[in-house]
Design a protein around this ligand. Structure first.
Ligand code: F6R
Length: 249
């Protein structure tokens, strides 16, 4: 696991976007696994900038997102599909036919999960971008999710619903369920890039990097990935000893 510690969120975003851009430049039809949440917003801003400056094109890129709330359609402004359009897809030259977000709507959610598994299987990802939850979750794979899991429906924990409520308007309730890519599928990406900032992530980051590889901290599975890169700001890296840090930028 490569651990890069940066001065601040701006620098973290620049470094993470640089890693993604390199993948696209060396393979213009790369497949990217993408994440929502606040952590990657700066990274997406940088990618938009590179695209606007003509440095990067997403014309042949395909994407597959990690997760989606159950019951929210892509046009719902709290859905992850909407988030992706708003924060990235609407501002770059990607073809909307080339983007996938798990479908949390309809009556047969099991079929939605199987369809997503099949898509991931036939569309191997060159890079998977991740954030990390305060409890070490990746995607919506909460602690105790089996490492072998595939796309599945999850009951969101109170902690995750509370953490995510900050993104909802007053009076709106955070959905109780979500559909998420499984941990085994996250790990199938050739390269995994996890970004984390802020002191509230310091404990989860410590467990991911230094703790035992355990389903108690889903992100700890990345210790076993052959090409995992973790990009942090100083606050998220607060508990890490210098000996586990690969680079400081
Ligand atoms: C989002 C996702 C989640 C987030 C995590 C961190 O698609 O899968 O695992 O990455 O909850 O969220 P933020 O970045 O908002 O702190």
């Amino acid at each position: 696991m490569r651990v890069i510690v940066t001065e601040n969120y701006e620098k973290l975003s620049e470094v993470a976007a640089g890693i993604i851009a390199k993948v696209i430049v060396s393979k213009p039809d790369a497949v990217l696994g993408l994440a929502t949440g606040t952590s990657p917003i700066g990274t997406y801003k940088k990618l938009i900038e590179y695209c606007e400056n003509g440095l990067l094109s997403f014309a042949k890129v395909k994407t597959a997102n990690l997760d989606e709330y159950v019951g929210l359609s892509p046009s719902h402004d709290q859905s992850y599909h909407y988030f992706m359009n708003d924060n990235l897809f609407d501002h770059i030259d990607i073809l909307k036919d080339n983007v996938r977000v798990p479908d949390g709507t309809g009556k047969d959610l099991d079929k939605n999960c199987k369809d997503y598994d099949a898509y991931l299987e036939k569309t191997p990802r060159d890079l998977q971008l991740l954030g990390i939850g305060g409890n070490g979750h990746i995607g919506f794979n909460e602690p105790k999710t089996p490492f072998g899991s595939k796309t599945h429906i999850v009951d969101l924990t109170e902690k995750t619903r509370k953490d995510n409520s900050r993104l909802f308007k007053e009076g709106e309730t955070v959905p109780e369920k979500a559909i998420t890519m499984g941990i085994s599928e996250i790990c199938q990406a050739k390269k995994v890039l996890l970004v984390a900032n802020g002191e509230n992530k310091a404990d989860a980051v410590y467990k991911m990097v230094c703790g035992p590889v355990s389903e108690d901290c889903p992100a700890s599975v990345l210790q076993l990935h052959p090409d995992a890169v973790v990009v942090l700001d100083k606050a998220a890296a607060k508990r890490l000893d210098a000996s586990v840090i690969t680079e400081t930028l």
